[in-house]
Design a protein around this ligand. Structure first.
Ligand code: Z5A
Length: 206
């Protein structure tokens, strides 16, 4: 079972993954918590370079590095965990590339689709939880929590495009996406998320 979390920066994905992971582990599930960009030794090393503030990265180069990281991540972490019957909680996955490189950087969506299919070997999330907050709120949270990375430093219109893109992706695939109001309190969001995840696990007989 692959559950992905998506949303703009500072939307609360990481916070909710931590809570959900502890909750599921407490219920006896084997849980693998991972993230993109990163998730492997190779990917984490590339992440540091790719997000480094001030690094000059061309949009197509950026796309291809995200895809290289994903290929490694799927092969080394996600596929083995799924084959082992684990619940995989992944902080960002395929949808982030449509939202950021497709709608944000305006790279052809067909190219992204082809590359995503290649590097994921056809695996798709069973459930995608979209944490929905305004770009202003997300960036404010991020600015308060840590230094901004290279992509976070993009102007507000870029982040607003990404937010709209996520909403569009969710509308196009309502069976897979579950949209959560990320402006609620942390515990309130966790309750909603764990109820949804519980129902989905049950529907898959897990
Ligand atoms: N990217 C891409 O372009 N293409 C791709 O294909 C992929 C990624 C896979 C790094 O991603 C960048 O990679 C990202 C997209 C790009 N760029 N940007 N911009 P990342 O996921 O590693 O980094 P991030 O987007 O900045 O996420 P984050 O920092 O991990 O934020 P978050 O996980 O959504 O939020 P958080 O860490 O849980 O919370 C942020 C702060 O808000 C923290 O202080 C929390 O305590 C606080 N918080 C959390 N929830 C709440 C609530 N409910 N109320 C109030 N405060 C809260």
């Amino acid at each position: 079972m692959l559950i992905t979390f998506e949303g703009i920066e500072g939307s609360g994905k990481t916070t909710q993954i931590e809570l959900l992971s502890d909750y599921l582990a407490g219920k006896g599930y084997g849980v693998v918590k991972t993230r993109e960009p990163g998730g492997t030794r190779f990917g984490e090393a590339l992440r540091e370079v790719l997000l480094r503030p001030g690094m000059d990265v061309d949009s197509l180069s950026e796309l291809l590095v995200f895809m290289a990281m994903r290929a490694q991540h799927v092969e080394e972490v996600i596929l083995p965990a799924l084959q082992d019957g684990k619940v995989v909680l992944c902080d960002r996955f395929v949808d982030a590339t449509y939202a950021y490189q497709g709608y944000g950087r305006k790279i052809d969506l067909g190219v992204i689709e082809t590359l995503n299919r290649l590097v994921t070997k056809g695996i798709r999330p069973n459930l995608t939880i979209l944490m929905n907050v305004t770009a202003e709120r997300g960036l404010k949270r991020k600015a308060a929590a840590s230094a901004m990375d290279r992509i976070e430093e993009e102007d507000i219109s870029f982040h607003q495009r990404v937010k709209k893109a996520y909403e569009k992706l969710a509308k196009e695939d309502p069976k897979r996406f579950f949209v959560v109001d990320g402006s609620l309190k942390v515990e309130a969001i966790h309750q909603v998320v764990r109820e949804k995840v519980g129902n989905v696990l049950k529907s898959y007989g897990v």
